[in-house]
Design a protein around this ligand. Structure first.
Ligand SMILES: [Zn+2]
Length: 160
């Protein structure tokens, strides 16, 4: 024979078990529940997001102005020039330094063609202005060397 107290205890344990099962389930759902934010935050505070290729821009750009989106849209086609340009926003002196202006927008192109983007440039007026100038110079038919010289002349600190 079980006493009333045993029944009560059993009920409390069942309630607890049920509560834990529910909270565990909702925790698991939230990890893949939001379809808009596919990315990781780096230790440098950059948001990195990978897309299938140059025609699919990262979803974080939805939070930015059209001008910013338009500039990200031409990064891929100007990769060869951008990777030869210096960035003067300070990112090249960071703990995990950027090796070129390209890295302020595009982190990596994988073998399958997918692209990892960063929101660093979207948050940085200097990166965006340099990109805008570089693309304009490229449209004028200037070479990568010429563009690097023009960018350095305009953005490099005077004491260097
Ligand atoms: Zn930068």
């Amino acid at each position: 024979m079980r006493s009333a107290r045993d029944w009560l205890l059993g009920g409390v344990i069942l309630l607890l078990a049920g509560f834990m099962a529910v909270s565990g389930c909702s925790g698991g759902e939230s990890a893949g529940g939001d379809g808009h934010e596919h990315g990781v935050m780096t230790t440098e505070g950059e948001w990195h997001e990978t897309t299938s290729g140059p025609d699919e821009l990262p979803s974080f750009l939805l939070r930015y102005a059209d001008r910013t989106v338009d500039l990200y849209a031409v990064v891929y086609e100007h990769m060869d020039i951008l990777r030869q340009l210096n960035c003067y926003c300070g990112c090249m002196d960071a703990n995990d330094p950027h090796d070129s202006l390209l890295r302020c927008f595009l982190v990596d192109v994988q073998d399958d063609g997918s692209i990892t983007w960063t929101d660093h440039g979207a948050n940085c007026g200097i990166c965006l202005m340099e990109l805008q100038d570089a693309v304009a110079f490229a449209k004028q038919g200037k070479s990568a060397d010429e563009i690097r010289g023009l960018i350095d002349a305009k953005y490099a600190p005077a004491d260097l």
